[in-house]
Structure formats: C-alpha cells, structure tokens
Ligand binder design. Structure first.
Ligand SMILES: Nc1ncnc2c1ncn2[C@@H]1O[C@H](COP(=O)(O)OP(=O)(O)O)[C@@H](O)[C@H]1O
Ligand SMILES: [Mg+2]
Ligand SMILES: [Zn+2]
Length: 266
C-alpha cells in the first residue's frame, strides 16, 4: 500500500489527469460539453442547472416576500387597520390638485419625521367630506411608522373606542375600565376615526377627554379624522382639546375636494 502523498499513487494520477469531455445533447438547450465525473456519472446541461438555480432562488424570494407580507398584515390587523385599507399606502394616494398635494405632503412629512413627532406629540386633524381619503392617508402613515419606526399604532373609530370601555362594565368582564382606557393611551400613535359620529353622553365626552389628556401629558400624538367642519369638531372635542392641539403646533388639514369614490364611479 503506497502512501497517498506520493505522486505516483494511482488515485493521485487519476485526479491529476486532464478531465474527459464528451459532447452531449440536452432536449431543451442542444449540445453541451459534458464532463466525466466518476464511474458512469457525467455533468448535466449547464443551462438546465442555471434554470433550476434561478427557480430555486425565485421560490426562496417569493416565500420570504409572502412571510414578510403575512407578518405585516398580522401587525396591521392588530393595529386595527380595516381590512380594506391594508394595501393602501402613502404612495398609492393620487394627488391631482394642490390641496391634495398639501395633504399628501403633510402625511409624508408626518410619517418620515415620526421620531420627532413622537418626541413632541404633534397631533393633527383631518377634516373633510366622506370619501376624500382621510382614512387612506392615516392608514398610510400608520403603515409607514410601524415599518420604519417600530412604532405601535392603534386605529379605532370613536364609537368602538367608547364601546371598548363600556364593554368592561359588563359583569364578569375580564378587563377593567382603566385597562381599556390604558389601551387607548398606550400606542405611540392613536388614530381616532369618525370623530363626531354620535357622541352620546357626557360620560363619553369625559372619557374621551381623559384619554386625550393622558396622551397629552405623555406627549403622545393623535390623529383625528372627521367629516365635520372645524367648528363642529371644536364643539365636539371641546375648546380645551383644540386649544392644546394648537399650542403644540398641531395642524388642521382640510380635505376640501370631492369624494374619490364619486370620481372613480364617474
Ligand atoms: N387621492 C386618492 N388616491 C387614491 N385613492 C383614494 C384617494 N382618495 C380616496 N381614495 C380611495 O377612496 C376610498 C375612500 O377613501 P377614504 O380614505 O375611505 O375616505 P374618507 O376616510 O375621507 O371617508 C378608499 O378606497 C381610498 O383608498
Ligand atoms: Mg374614513
Ligand atoms: Zn438543458
């Protein structure tokens, strides 16, 4: 038995021999040079191998994309963003007038500067008739800050927010009223939709005020969306809330154009 280190060992001789090639034919890609590997094995068509590698890479990417999308959807779902708005974004908002451009620019600035918004607690009010894209832009902001700033967001209508509190009054409720209020105070960004839709009792107004007050104290920003006029919203939220908003540099963004739905239908 010779040591393998010696140059005249049979295996070494074999490996150091020039490789054997043979012209073979692939049904798909035609002729190629097949290289003898070992025994009866020869290398396959290099074009076929490239195709398989490309497909595998594609599948891997597709799977990663789906997993990412699913994870975003789960997060968005938890944030309360309505199903219909899961695919809406700042980029898919079409601005055709300078007023729309202003609203879109505000939303983009708000989202991209969210680290500062979060520190200062800058709030805003989106006002306009139904269908003008208030929810669309707010959800666009929500998605952006969740993805880029790791922010927690809660999107909720005033009515549901109120119900979440009233539900805790039911005997045997697992959450307490203060927990329900805390859940509205906790998010880095609270988006209150349909502000002004039927605000029943003084209790509701006061509870709302408690929530907003707590958020204000902690410098946490809130976006208010409403179909009311500025005067009606002020009446609804109360002068105090509106004053604080203004003092903090909060903005009222008017959505004065006609409904997008009408436009698309026309
Ligand atoms: N400028 C726009 N560009 C693209 N889609 C829009 C625009 N404005 C509104 N939409 C779409 O029209 C529909 C109604 O908008 P929505 O955000 O619900 O309005 P609002 O909350 O003001 O009632 C949604 O499907 C929304 O995505
Ligand atoms: Mg809306
Ligand atoms: Zn081939």
């Amino acid at each position: 038995m010779q040591a393998i280190g010696t140059l005249n060992h049979p295996l070494w001789t074999k490996l150091s021999q020039a490789p054997t090639y043979e012209t073979r034919t692939c049904d798909k890609h035609g002729e190629y040079q097949a290289r003898h590997l070992i025994g009866k094995r020869w290398s396959g068509c290099p074009e076929c191998a490239k195709e398989v590698a490309r497909q595998e890479e594609e599948q891997r990417r597709e799977a990663a994309r789906r997993a990412k999308e699913a994870s975003i959807a789960r997060t968005l779902g938890r944030a309360g963003i309505p199903e219909r708005f899961l695919d809406r974004s700042l980029d898919s908002f079409v601005a055709q007038s300078s007023a729309q451009e202003t609203a879109l620019q505000f939303a983009k600035d708000y989202a991209t500067n969210f680290d500062k918004v979060r520190r200062t607690g800058l709030s805003a009010v989106f006002l306009g008739r139904p269908g003008t894209g208030k929810t669309h832009l707010a959800c666009g902001i929500a998605k952006h800050v969740m993805q880029h700033n790791d922010a927690t967001v809660l999107f909720i209508t005033v009515m549901r927010a109120m119900r979440s509190i009233k539900d805790t009054w039911v005997k045997g409720s697992e959450t307490s009223e203060s927990q329900a209020i805390a859940a509205l105070v906790a998010p880095d960004l609270l988006i209150l939709d349909e502000v002004g839709v039927q605000f029943g009792s003084d209790f509701e107004r006061n509870t709302m005020f408690d929530v907003l007050n707590e958020r204000y104290e902690r410098r946490k920003p809130t976006l208010f969306l409403s179909n009311l006029t500025k005067e009606e919203v002020t009446e609804f939220l109360g002068e105090r809330v509106m004053d604080r908003l203004r003092e903090d540099g909060g903005k009222v963004i008017p959505f004065t154009w006609e409904s997008y739905r009408k436009k698309v239908a026309a």
